[in-house]
Structure formats: C-alpha cells, structure tokens
Design a protein around this ligand. Structure first.
Ligand code: PMP
Length: 364
C-alpha cells in the first residue's frame, strides 16, 4: 500500500508532507528549466537561484546577522568535528568541551587530534542525563572556543539556555544537528553553529555551518582545502559540486517553516508535542520512565524505558503494526526513543500516547 507511516526515526527523519509533495511535483521538470534539479549545472542561473533563496530564507528564519557566513557543505556533522579545530585554532591551542552526551564526546575525541582539547565537564557518570549549572564550570581563559552539543540526539538532553564562553575570544561553538531550526536562536551569541540537515531541515548529505566571518581564514596549514571554511565562504558554497538536490530540499523546508510563521510558531508546536509525550511518561506510575532531568529534556528526542524491559520488543512490534515506526532506542542505550522533529505532526504524537496508554492498560 501507499500509506505513509508516522516515522519517529532520529535521522534521516520525517519530512513535511507538503515539502515532499512539492518536490514530487518538480522532480521531473523544475519550473521552466526543462530538467530536474538533479540534472542542473551547479553554476547555472537556475541552481544559483535555488541556493540563494535557500540561504536567504535560512537567514530570515534564524535572523542571521550579516557578519556571519552560511555554508552548505558535505561530510556530515562528523566532518565538522575535525574542521572546527582545524579552522579555529593552532595545534597547541587549548579548547574546552562540555560533554553532555555521546555526540559531544565524539566531537571532543576528534578535536584532540588537532588541538589541545579538554573536557571541562562530562555527564558520563550520570549516564548523560544532566547539564551542569553554568556558574560551576571552570573554563580555560586561554581556550580558543567552548564547544557544546545543543541537543544530544541519543540521550535526549537539550540546552535551554547557553553558557557564556569565558575564554578571551568569547567563542561558543554549538552542534545543533538535532535541534536546528526547531526554535529561535540568538546566532550572535555563537562563533559557529553547525548541523547535519537530516533531522529537521532536509535529507542527509547537506551540512550547514553558520560562522562569524572574522573566524574564517585562519585554518591550520595542513587543513584540506575542502575543510577550510575560507574555500567555501569565498565561493558561496560552490567551490566544488555541492549536494545540489539536498540544498534544494532544505530550501523547500525553509520556505515551509517561514510559511508556518517562523521559528517561534515552530517552537510552540514542538513544545506542545513534547509536553503530551513527557506527561504520558511521567503520568504512567513508573510503567514508562524517562531518565533525563526534567529541566533539560529535549523537545526533539524523547528517550524512555519500560519498567518491564521484557515488553520492549513487543511494544516496538505492536507500534509498527499501527504504523508508528523507528521507536527503538539507540543501540548504545537501548529502550525506546521517539524523535518528534518539526515535521512530526501533533496527530503522530497523539497517536503514540494513545497507543502507550492502551499498551500499559493491557500489560499493567
Ligand atoms: N551530532 C549530532 C547531535 C547528531 O545527532 C549526529 C547524527 N546523528 C551527528 C552529530 C553526526 O552527524 P552526521 O551523521 O551527519 O555526520
């Protein structure tokens, strides 16, 4: 059958139906170009109009100041784990990492190869369920930047406010892969924001970097040309062949988010969805449990366990039968995880909580 499911995957993830329909209508021939976006020259006027509109709409959505560059890159957020230290510091420079989950940890481990990276706080001993109070953090005043992962996709821990970098350069760097464009963000508080597109804003293959312009142009000499932000900033993300179709899809999503009223409206919707899901978990008398401290629970990724872990496989199987898929937790933590990105409709979360209540009634 052709029926769509409610896809709770962590990424690649659900996309807005309207965006998929629009892409469907243009996949064979885009406007009056006589060809698909996949067949276009990346230097032709048609694609230039697509990438310029995508950037312009993203700038509007996040209110990105003019002294920031927006780069559409490849290699996933994982490539940025290396590109960031390669561009922002020299091999002997100290940098600070605040590690609130396994993505922050991966970023730290990669950075160690290219600079003197130091973990100033780690939530590992609490199984990554917390974010520390910012006052208690001991930051290195000589650090070139402070790195955070704004939303830990696996552990469901999300920053609700951001630490002030106490390093001399005042640079805060954030991995926003899994909460990018899910709420308004004051970009001017960051030196650099990066995100893989495949959770909230498009298909995999596009990585977005928003970087303050004065941080560009100081890459370490060994930096590969493709990892040097200057290469891409100087060439409007067209130094080599970019992921054209993915950028086009991101553009459709940005347009769609603007149509919805921008990120404040999007955030409101996300808060409502998260609230009914967390309330169901917390109101289950322990049948379901979310280990994350309440004040830092993610609006995007909701991990939970069943008191009776022997029922987990059945839960996942029955949910899938009812067209709710990809609810299995990450292989490193087990349990369940419902990713409820921007494109997950309220109806999808309502259906999930109804199922959860019914499942509990049958197994309590
Ligand atoms: N950071 C976060 C927060 C992520 O969720 C992911 C992917 N799940 C990554 C980084 C790695 O991204 P990519 O697969 O695009 O390299």
């Amino acid at each position: 059958s052709q029926e769509r499911v409610f896809n709770f995957a962590a990424g690649p993830a659900i996309l807005p139906e309207k965006v998929l329909r629009k892409a469907e209508s243009e996949v064979y021939i885009w406007r009056d170009s006589g060809m698909s976006v996949m067949e276009m020259s990346h230097r032709g006027k048609e694609f230039l109009s697509i990438i310029e509109k995508a950037e312009g709409d993203l700038r509007k959505l996040l209110n990105i100041p003019s002294d920031y560059s927006v780069l559409f890159l490849q290699g996933g957020a994982t490539t940025q784990f290396a590109a960031i230290p390669l561009n922002l510091c020299k091999p002997d420079d100290p940098v600070d990492y605040l590690v609130t989950g396994s993505w922050g940890d991966k970023a730290f481990k990669e950075a160690q190869k290219f600079c003197k990276a130091n973990v100033i706080w780690s939530g590992k001993s609490d199984k990554y369920t917390k974010i520390p109070s910012f006052e208690s953090l001991e930051q290195n005043p000589d650090a070139k930047y402070l790195h955070i992962c704004a939303n830990e996709t696996i552990h469901g821990v999300e920053f609700k406010s951001y630490p002030t970098p106490k390093n001399k350069n005042g640079i805060l760097v954030a991995d926003m892969s899994s909460n990018f464009c899910s709420k308004p963000v004051d970009v001017s508080k960051f030196g650099l924001i990066y995100a893989g597109a495949q959770k909230n804003v498009g298909p995999s293959g596009v990585t977005i970097v928003i970087v303050r312009k004065d941080l560009i142009g100081n890459a370490q000499p060994i930096t590969p040309v493709m990892l040097d932000y200057k290469t891409h900033a100087d060439n409007n993300s067209l130094y080599n062949t970019p992921p054209c179709y993915g950028i086009y899809m991101c553009g459709l999503v940005f347009d769609h988010l603007l149509e919805q009223g921008g990120l404040e409206a999007v955030q409101k919707n996300n808060m409502k969805k998260a609230e009914i899901l967390y309330n169901t978990i917390d109101g289950s008398g322990g049948f379901y449990r979310c280990p994350v401290e309440k004040s830092v629970r993610s609006l995007m990724n909701v991990p939970f366990t069943l008191e009776r872990s022997d029922l987990e496989a059945e839960f996942i199987k029955e949910a899938a039968k009812e067209k709710m898929v990809q609810l299995k937790g990450h292989r490193s933590v087990g349990g369940m995880r419902a990713s409820i990105y921007n494109a997950m409709p309220l109806a999808g979360v309502e259906k999930l909580v109804a199922f959860m209540k019914n499942f509990q009634a049958r197994h309590a």
